[in-house]
Write a protein that binds this ligand. Structure first.
Ligand SMILES: O=C(O)CC1=CCC(=O)O1
Length: 279
């Protein structure tokens, strides 16, 4: 069942729990234009071992769409406030795309509360800002519907989309029902985010998952992110952007195997690796 909490700034965030009450907590952060339902393919597997807390990112699903431009800092603090209000001290975090950007922020700013971090199909920088400005202007003027075709082309390989129309349909529905104000607010957070150097400060064991056919956050972004984070492991899936939907079982086992490994914290490096982002 989905429930809500109201954060300090008055914004209401929707969440739901699955799994045993006293199991270790795994928090899942969704991508731009989806909601907590995007984790449906993994939820049964994750909930066997973990108390899974899924939430709708601000401006998405049943969470409120506050007005204006958001920042990754705001979206990260939403997780801090949500978990604190639910009495959760420590947790693992797995985020995909925008969820993975929030994960990077948490890895830098809240590492004392994080056990392990999974950053899937994400990037430390998704420039140029002008592309996000254009998307924000378009969505505020015309709504979500015109975005659907291009989004699906980034999210799934053509073969998968052709073979699995029933899997794609609820995802398209999530996109179409996203509040344009919330979508635009999150686009602004992505536009203004640059964690290429700060990723070196992530002091939590981290798994980076990339998609070999991901046009939104391409493989070299996953490689650059993994190189920048001390001790991070990189795994590639044969998928486009929503790799947890295109490779559901493989995604679940990568995450579960990684979370189950005995924990040893990586040393915190002060210099970030050379990045591929500017190529
Ligand atoms: O542009 C897209 O739809 C891909 C994407 C960027 C950030 C995110 O969460 O999804």
């Amino acid at each position: 069942m989905t429930d809500t909490v109201t954060l300090g700034d008055g914004c209401t965030i929707a969440y739901r729990f699955d799994g045993a009450a006293h199991a270790p907590v795994l928090v899942l952060g969704n991508s731009l234009g989806t909601d907590l339902g995007m984790w449906a393919p993994q939820i049964d597997a994750f909930a066997q071992t973990y108390r899974v807390l899924r939430y709708d990112t601000r401006g998405h699903g049943r969470s409120q769409a506050s007005a204006g431009a958001y920042g990754i800092d705001r979206l990260g603090r939403d997780v801090v406030e949500l978990t604190a209000s639910l009495g959760i001290d420590r947790f693992h975090f797995c985020g995909l795309s925008l969820g993975g950007m929030v994960g990077q922020w948490l890895g830098i700013r809240e590492s004392d509360r994080l056990d392990r971090l999974v950053l899937a199909n994400t990037s430390g920088y998704m420039g140029p800002p002008s592309a996000w400005d254009a998307r924000i202007a378009a969505v505020l003027a015309e709504g979500m519907a015109p975005l659907a075709e291009a989004s699906i082309a980034r999210w799934f390989t053509p073969g998968f989309a052709m073979r699995h129309p029933d899997t794609i349909e609820p995802i398209v529905k999530m996109l179409r029902s996203t509040d344009p104000t919330g979508y635009a607010g999150c686009c602004a957070a992505i536009r203004d985010m640059d964690m290429r150097r700060a990723a070196a400060l992530i002091g939590v064991p981290t798994l980076v998952i990339g998609g070999s056919a991901d046009p939104a956050t391409p493989p070299d972004h996953a490689q650059a992110l993994a190189s920048a984070i001390p001790g991070a492991t990189l795994e590639m899936l044969d998928a486009a952007h929503l790799s947890n939907i295109e490779q559901p079982d493989r995604f679940a086992s990568l995450v579960l195997d990684f979370l189950a490994r005995s924990s040893s914290r990586p040393p915190v490096a002060r210099e970030s690796a050379e990045s591929a982002y500017d190529r």
